[in-house]
Design a binder for this molecule. Structure first.
Ligand SMILES: O=CC(=O)O
Length: 335
């Protein structure tokens, strides 16, 4: 029998309702673990608009949302839910949520917290090594050229990573994990962040242009918000220079993507490793043609291990909320 958008059976009576928006990638694993505790409402399985779906489900009885990072929880969506008190997102990023409106309404928000930091940092380093040493490009080259007996020395040279000046934009949990991984490569770390950190001795640059001027690599680890949108613009890319490499494991909107494509095409920067894009799932066509670019489908956070942790943290936050316990990974809401 096809899965239903809601389950009206008597077993569900009395269970707290949780509206599932997205749905999160992990929902198929999370649902069997928690369906005896929560009554999940699943508008994605219905043909109705969210508004019409909710009209059937008595919005005043819905106190919690479980959402994925690709569902925009706007003020309009929040307005449909007058009793909402908790919003659980399965992501680290919260740029898809109107956090100011949540604060105004007294809605608590939880995220994935720290569970993805190591996986995302691993991927940042992987994209960097892959891009600079041309690993994916070499793989593609060998698969086709070997058939034609092309001499191997014709494969273009990559760049050395060891000893490179690496600028981290956003030295939070993920940025620190990236720094920790790159130090043993002999990379020289510096950073730009909202504030200078008193806990680290890496050089701090107050602007991203200054950071780029002093580095050969930029790794973007900060969140996307009004202050960081297009923080990597043409000026920054020109400051990074022709051999420069950019890794983005944050959000696509951190980079002015049109300018990135232009700078790559014009040779103004050397290459890029991109896990995220400005208008996902759209990837600028030009990038597919470039051998100095490594692409990944917003997959940095997801491993078999982190996927299960994601279920536990999201489910744990719902459980904590409905039993009046402290939330596991609350998000600090902006003023
Ligand atoms: O991008 C992934 C996340 O924010 O968890």
């Amino acid at each position: 029998m096809a899965e239903e958008a809601y389950n009206s059976s008597s077993e569900m009576k009395g269970l707290p309702k949780v509206l599932v928006l997205g749905p999160p990638l992990s929902f198929s694993s999370l649902q069997p673990l928690y369906s005896h505790k929560f009554h999940f409402l699943k508008p994605h399985l219905s043909d109705l608009s969210l508004q019409h779906f909710l009209q059937i489900h008595h919005p005043p009885s819905i106190a919690a949302i479980l959402c994925s990072p690709n569902y925009s929880v706007t003020a309009e969506v929040l307005r449909l839910l007058p009793s909402l008190r908790l919003l659980v997102t399965t992501s680290i990023g919260t740029d898809h949520i109107d956090l100011r409106e949540c604060r105004r309404r007294g809605i608590q928000v939880t995220s994935a917290g720290a569970i993805f930091s190591e996986d995302v940092a691993d991927m940042a380093v992987a994209l960097l090594i892959d891009g600079m040493r041309k690993i994916s490009a070499a793989d593609r080259w060998l698969r086709t050229q070997n058939r034609h007996n092309t001499p191997w020395h014709l494969f273009p040279l990559g760049s050395k990573l060891s000893g490179k000046q690496v600028g981290i934009v956003g030295l939070g949990r993920i940025g620190m994990e990236v720094a920790k991984r790159l130090e043993p490569f002999g990379c020289i770390i510096s950073y730009n962040s909202k504030h200078k950190k008193t806990t680290v001795s890496y050089p701090f640059y107050p602007t991203v242009v200054e950071l780029a001027t002093n580095c050969g690599v930029l790794v973007l680890c900060c969140e996307l918000n009004e202050q960081t949108k297009h923080i990597i613009n043409r000026e920054v890319m020109l400051a990074l220079g022709k051999g420069g490499f950019i890794v983005n494991i944050g959000r696509g909107g951190l980079i002015d993507e049109k300018e990135l494509v232009k700078c790559l095409m014009e040779g103004e920067i050397g290459g890029a490793g991109l896990d995220v894009f400005e208008n996902e799932p759209r990837v600028p066509q030009e990038l597919f043609e470039m051998n100095n670019v490594v692409l990944s489908p917003h997959a940095a956070a997801i491993t078999e291990e982190s996927f299960m942790n994601m279920c536990e943290v999201a489910g744990g936050n719902l459980e904590a909320f409905f039993s009046n316990k402290p939330l596991i990974s609350p998000v600090t809401l902006p003023e």
